[in-house]
Ligand binder design. Structure first.
Ligand code: MN
Length: 440
């Protein structure tokens, strides 16, 4: 049996990283703020009883770098390298006859999405949103599968509003269906192993099945099983699957919704997904991800960090790199070999990833996973002249009416060359070895 989301939860329980909430909680008044608290503690949170739903709810599965590292069986700084090494060899998925996601089948009138503990995340969100679903569809011309992540607003018993960005892969596929007057069949898998979620969140070339990437991350084929009401296949390991179609020529108001930047996207006319069936495990766990949370940014950032890493590793001796707290800034730790090298590294990073707006290059002894440590390097080692590189009149994140992403900044926050005697950080004997608990 392939690893699934619940096996990861069990693994994290053994590491004492899961907060299990046994009492009944309200999905509107209690859950969103409790999820924030779990995020602060870098713990997973499992709500065993959600008011109005028979399904337990899980959140913050990848809410810290060490949890992500645990999934990749490496250390924090090794995650990007591990990603790069694994995705080099895509693995085709395998079709099987049955899987636990088929234990319960509801069709047509028996489907009621309101049975799921769908969370209203932010105060001004238009309503409850499914945020951790991976959407599966096929290109009508080639039959090649596409897997991607989309926000979906719960609008009723079997209706979802779905945001499909026009030029992204699913948008291009939907456009093909719509031009020939056809609805687009989709399946939405919820409660996935992190490798499926991470693969769905990548931006690959059009025409690559993202399940070949999750297969690469797993180092074995993803097992898929046929849907009941649509001609698609879904991972057997998913907790819940929604089958349905995105209606051709139909748009309805969707939003506002608090997005990954933590701003509200305004209401807009978006697609409608009519759900035709729901299958799930008999004891399915529903998963949600708060947009803009540490977990969300990890899902979005990893493939982008890999892109940057592949571009800069020939320019500098890279110790580690990390994007935090969002997708527009990156800290890169290097072992500097000559003055000016940080600027070369940052230039390559900007070239590799166009949304990057702000890049800080630090020495190898700075923890890029700790924004405070990066700020320390800025304050104590950076020389802003000539260590600043300002790139004007360029492009970045495309949704940018105020031109906030039309310029980029790189900062060399490394110590001057050959002055390590002056800039070596103090440490104490046995740092990180002693446990205060042993002395209490
Ligand atoms: Mn794609």
């Amino acid at each position: 049996m392939l690893a699934d989301m619940r096996s990861v939860v069990e693994q994290f329980k053994r590491l004492d990283r899961v907060l299990s909430i046994k009492r009944e909680v309200d999905p509107v008044d209690e859950i969103p703020s409790l999820m924030r608290e779990a995020e602060k503690r870098a713990k997973i949170i499992l709500f065993e009883k959600v008011k109005g739903s028979a399904f337990p709810l899980i959140n913050n599965l990848l809410g810290s770098m060490d949890l992500l590292a645990e999934v990749f069986q490496t250390k924090r700084e090794g995650v990007v390298r591990e990603w790069v090494a694994r995705v080099r060899e895509p693995v085709e998925p395998r079709i099987t006859d049955w899987g636990p996601v088929k234990e319960v089948l509801r069709r047509g009138e028996d489907v009621d999405l309101r049975d799921l503990p769908v969370v209203t995340h932010a105060l001004k969100d238009a309503g409850p949103y499914i945020t951790a679903g991976i959407v599966i569809a096929k290109d009508p011309d080639t039959g090649i599968r596409n897997v991607s992540v989309h926000r979906m607003q719960l609008k009723g018993k079997n209706n979802l509003g779905i945001r499909i960005v026009p030029n992204q892969h699913l948008g291009r596929i939907q456009d093909k269906y719509e031009k020939s007057g056809k609805d687009m069949e989709v399946a939405v898998a919820i409660g996935n192993h992190p490798f499926e979620t991470l693969a769905a969140a990548t931006s690959l070339s059009f025409g690559i099945d993202e399940f070949t990437i999750s297969g690469a991350l797993r180092r074995e084929p993803v097992d898929l099983v046929k849907c009941d009401t649509v001609d698609l296949e879904v991972p057997v390991t998913a907790e819940i699957v929604l089958e349905g179609k995105v209606l051709a020529g139909v748009r309805e108001k969707e939003g506002p919704f608090g997005d990954f930047m933590q701003f509200y996207v305004p209401p807009m006319d978006n697609h409608v997904l009519r759900v035709t069936a729901m299958t799930h495990r008999h004891d399915a766990i529903y998963q949600t991800i708060q947009s803009g949370s540490v977990e969300d940014i990890h899902c979005l950032a990893l493939s982008r960090e890999a892109k940057i890493y592949e571009a800069v590793r020939n320019t500098g001796e890279i110790q580690a790199l990390h994007m935090a707290p969002t997708l527009f800034n990156c800290a890169i730790a290097i072992r500097k070999r000559f003055e000016g090298e940080p600027r070369d590294v940052a230039t390559e990073a900007f070239r590799a990833y166009s949304w990057l707006k702000h890049c800080v290059v630090v020495d190898h002894d700075v923890d890029v996973f700790d924004p405070k440590d990066v700020l320390w390097a800025l304050a104590t080692r950076a020389k802003f002249h000539p260590g600043l590189l300002l790139i004007k009149d360029t492009t970045g994140f495309p949704r940018d009416p105020f031109h906030l992403h039309a310029s980029k900044l790189a900062i060399d926050a490394t110590a001057p060359m050959n002055q390590w005697g002056e800039f070596e950080r103090k440490t104490v004997r046995n740092a990180g070895v002693m446990r205060l608990e042993d002395y209490l």
